[in-house]
Design a protein around this ligand. Sequence first.
Ligand code: SF4
Length: 212
Amino acid sequence: MSFDFFKLIVLMGEYFMIDEEYIPIAALNQFSYCSHRCWRMFCTGEFTDNQYTIEGTSLHERVHTVGALSKEDGWQVRAIWLKSEKYKLIGKSDLIESENGELYPVEYKRGHKGEWDNDELQVCAQALCLEEMTGKTISTGYIYYAHSHQRQLVEINDDLRHSTIGTIQDVAKLLETGTMPQAIYTKRCKGCSLYSQCLPTMVDKVACYQEV
Ligand code: SF4
């Protein structure tokens, strides 16, 4: 088993000594999905489950059984805490794998590959943490979709890094100011567990009433 494996295990323990403010990696995913939803969840502490979030939580509970597996050409470690001092990020990864000297994060998601890029962004944020923790360059990651039982390759390229770092800055500002982004109705609202609290279509109607 390699040095990196033990280093990661030690860093898992260090998480519990952190006393500074860090940005949850999950907040990047939520912000990319909808900035208003991110504000509700991480600035007001509001959250409601629906079918999709319950399935997602159940999947992560199954995946987040802490454990490690050593293989001939590498190793796997589950439910490991990742952090970055540079970006002030923290989050728990579903799975980190090392194979033939390459290190990569694997994020588990319910359902099939969607049309949004928020899952890729989450994997890239994990890669940024892993790079800082191990000193290795991470060039790939994966998203495992539970319904299709398929892994989707995520290339940690310059474009994705740029977009992830931009989102980190946006989320940092949101958490610092607590300023509420406007709720805007989009196709994503149909699957959003906060729909009944948010009522995004009412925003325009109320604005119309006010203008009369
Ligand atoms: S209902 Fe739509 S606008 Fe409101 S939080 Fe959800 S995704 Fe965002």
